[in-house]
Design a protein around this ligand. Structure first.
Ligand code: NAD
Length: 373
């Protein structure tokens, strides 16, 4: 067998997502027949010490306290950005200018104008891009989309989506990059996931009516004082889909007790689908074709029939985990880099989500419906 080309990864940021991406690279290489041999080449963080520690823990060969070192290194093929949102644009544009493929966490950029610049630069340079919308990689979401497309539940009439967690519940929690007035807030941070899922399942949203609320108006600034918070803790939107359905969506990061409620309910003419990310190896299907007295939501459990579940585990019901979704995302991205398939969720798609988020914010400020451009 011919030897696979080596693809060198440069990772920026070693927090929550930096670790998840590292798991993703490691298991994607073992679980999938990737077109490349992946090399965890260099990792960067805010200091040499932090980067060296991460290199040792994650298995990277080199480290740097300056992300620009990775951009300047001709050996690195892919720049993987898991740093705070406000840094995405500068890092991605520098990487694209150096001719590197770029994998960037969501939200793609704080503002849609930034995301547009990033998408256009990548397209002009001909590099391959990927944005981290890992929840879309769940085989049960693919199944839900197939069920809708097959007409099994009839024309979809209504949609309810939510992404609720409680990591910002405590007013004593500090001001973070997620509170940045440029592009922060619950709708951008987790509503972006809910919007991506809504459009993945039902197609484009055509109009929104937003209502975004700041509940905790100031937070500790880490220097003994407080900083005002202007971004939304809760963002809601009524949605109209181009396909005819109407719906609603909520992004809420102060939902006490909720840890990962990335959920949806879809009601069609003759059936329905219900999903919860807290039990993401299950999809609930209702069919009005079931005989009277036997009707009810049926729980479909993930198994090898739900591609690519079987790559991870031969036995149904044994379940995929959060990090596995990143491995699936990475496998699709590697195929795209090799020219074996389309980019699963590129910067242009990330821009689209950013535009939806901004239109919901604008609609909330204007207190009126807005069409999506
Ligand atoms: P985090 O705070 O845990 O990690 C951020 C990392 O970036 C830290 O290691 C920090 O030191 C590093 N960093 C900061 N400034 C840097 C700089 N100038 N150079 C190099 N490194 C720098 O944050 P996180 O939760 O991992 O979030 C990071 C990104 O991932 C955000 O864009 C966030 O929206 C996204 N995210 C995505 C998901 C998902 O499910 N796809 C989940 C959580 C976060």
């Amino acid at each position: 067998m011919p030897e696979k080309k080596q693809l060198n990864i440069g990772l920026i940021g070693t927090g929550f997502m930096g670790k998840t991406h590292t798991f993703g690279f490691a298991s994607a290489a073992k679980v999938f027949d990737l077109p490349f041999c992946l090399c965890l080449h260099t990792v960067a963080d805010v200091s040499d010490e932090a980067a060296a520690q991460a290199a040792a823990a994650f298995g990277f060969r080199h480290w740097s306290g300056d992300w620009r070192t990775l951009i300047a290194d001709p050996d690195i093929d892919v720049i993987d950005i898991t740093a705070p949102n406000a840094l995405h644009r500068e890092m991605a544009l520098a990487a694209i200018a150096a001719g590197k493929h770029v994998y960037c966490e969501k939200p793609l950029a704080p503002l849609a104008a930034d995301a547009l610049a990033m998408a256009e630069a990548a397209e002009k340079a001909g590099v391959r891009t990927q944005v981290g919308f890992n929840y879309l990689c769940n085989p049960m979401l693919k199944l839900a989309r197939e069920i809708i497309a097959s007409g099994e539940i009839g024309a979809v009439r209504t949609y309810r989506g939510v992404h609720a967690e409680d990591y910002m519940r405590d007013p004593a929690g500090p001001f973070t990059f997620r509170h940045d007035p440029a592009g922060g807030g619950a709708m951008a941070d987790i509503g972006s996931h809910a919007l991506a899922t809504a459009e993945y399942l039902l197609g484009p949203v055509s109009a929104v009516m937003g209502d975004c609320v700041t509940v905790i108006a100031e937070r500790p600034d880490g220097r003994g004082g407080t900083r005002p918070v202007a971004v939304d803790d809760v963002g809601r939107a009524f949605l109209r889909f181009a396909g005819g359905a109407s719906g609603s969506l909520e992004a809420n990061w102060i939902a006490t007790g909720r840890k990962m409620q990335h959920d949806f309910e879809i009601y069609g003419e003759k059936g329905a689908l219900v999903f919860s990310q807290e039990r993401f190896n299950e999809l609930h299907l209702y069919s009005s074709d079931d005989p009277p007295g036997r009707q009810g939501f049926r729980r479909i459990e993930a198994g090898p029939q739900h591609v690519p579940y079987g790559r991870f585990c031969v036995a149904p019901g044994h379940q995929l985990g959060f990090n596995d979704l990143k491995a699936i995302e990475i496998a699709g991205y590697m195929d795209a880099i090799a020219g074996l398939g389309p980019e699963p969720f590129n910067f242009r798609a990330g821009l689209r989500i950013q535009q939806l988020v901004e239109t919901i914010h604008a609609s909330s400020r204007a207190r009126s419906w807005l069409d999506i451009g």
